[in-house]
Design a protein around this ligand. Sequence first.
Ligand SMILES: NC(=O)c1ccc[n+]([C@@H]2O[C@H](COP(=O)([O-])OP(=O)(O)OC[C@H]3O[C@@H](n4cnc5c(N)ncnc54)[C@H](OP(=O)(O)O)[C@@H]3O)[C@@H](O)[C@H]2O)c1
Length: 456
Amino acid sequence: MTDRPYVTLSCAVSLDGRLDDTSPARLLLSNPEDFDRVDAVRARHDAILVGANTVRRDRPRLMIRSPERRAARERRGLPVDPVKITITASGDLDPGSPFFIAGTAAKIIYTTSSARDAVAGRGFDATVVDAGQPLALDRLLDDLAGRGIRRLLVEGGGMILSEFLAHGCYDELHLAIAPIVVGDPAAPGLAATRLDDRLRLTEVRRLGDVAVLHYRTSTALDHSLRRLLAPARAVLLDFDGPVTPLLADGRDALVADRVRQALAASRIELPDELRTTSDPLDLLDWATATRLGADTAAAADRACTEGEVAAARIAPLTTDADALLRACRTAGLPVIVVSNNASPAVSAFLDRHGLAGLVAGIVGRVPGRPELMKPAPDPIRRALTLLVPYGIEAASVCVLIGDSVTDIEVGRRTGIPTIGYVRSGRRPALDQAGADATVDEHAPVMAALMNQGIPR
Ligand SMILES: NC(=O)c1ccc[n+]([C@@H]2O[C@H](COP(=O)([O-])OP(=O)(O)OC[C@H]3O[C@@H](n4cnc5c(N)ncnc54)[C@H](OP(=O)(O)O)[C@@H]3O)[C@@H](O)[C@H]2O)c1
């Protein structure tokens, strides 16, 4: 296993696969919504790479536009803009181009061994690095890894994308398809070399008149999961979603109705949005925040717990959830279920499916204290306490699998790597929240667990 950065290739193409036309002006393929999507993608990467010809022709700034995304990076202790990288053999770059002068990001120029000194001698405001003769992408990626770059976004142009594709130096490909036909075979295209691999289509989105497709190499996911799971000594597993769709198929509304009935005793009018909400936890939040009294809040929580237990008696098992628990057992990783649902509901479900023996502990909602639910760190602290007998004390040696943004957020706050379990189109939200990997089934996680050379 290598530490090379996770590489995302990203570009916009016309319907006939062109990245630009051959006129001097840059062809705008994306629309404003798609530019904003790219901005969000940039914000999730440590560095952005473009070829020298793109630097010359498009004069890109390669900065994050959204003030919110810039502020969020700063809060996470990251530089507001990703590092800017280009590749050149000629060194024919304008030191006054926005690549060099816009923003405060560090800049790196990768060049060939023979050109290194000449390029360095031109006084660019950038670190100039010899990447071999001929320039080797593996060497470039190793060098980036050594500089702490974990996620690299490659935005083009055609020659650069072709090289990353041809050498298999990528994990994901984001393709925005614009409703334009360039109709010029001389215009730059995405790939100049045939690829034998069939990629996995992982997402299809419509942004106005642009279609955005995400692909992964079949090995990419394995790679990131194995990297995440290699140091893991315990798994923290969310319940509603990864183990069972507990409150799906209208069961959430039934639980919310029970809670509303309990709250009716207080004779305090519910705000409009809570009269119809199907999320019982919203009602518990409100009951506590409006200080209805300990008795009412406790009654609401009891009603919620009863509703969740009732749901646990009929909810199905998520596909392969049992196999995932068995794989963790075989791999020697204790599993703690960490849920915002009540512990009795988790127990009832695990008992019903004969899975209780595969779980080392359950951390559920603290009655009357909704403010302690994920993304608050309290459930993680309690899970770590349950892991002490296993000799595990550090959050960093756990992996959290969850299907909500709150799971990813609590992972980030407590230093636990996270695997987003995607259901109902939530992948962008989980990616955006900073999930270290996302899966839409348990099988790849199980495969990564079994491939670690375990049991240990
Ligand atoms: N639609 C989109 O999403 C998108 C995104 C980006 C760019 N573009 C378009 O793509 C076009 C530019 O693409 P392009 O294919 O002409 O150029 P490019 O890929 O941007 O850059 C090619 C240049 O990179 C350097 N280079 C590439 N591989 C190298 C290697 N192995 N060793 C050393 N240097 C290497 C060379 O620079 P030197 O010549 O300096 O040696 C080469 O000329 C522009 O029209 C731009 O608008 C479109």
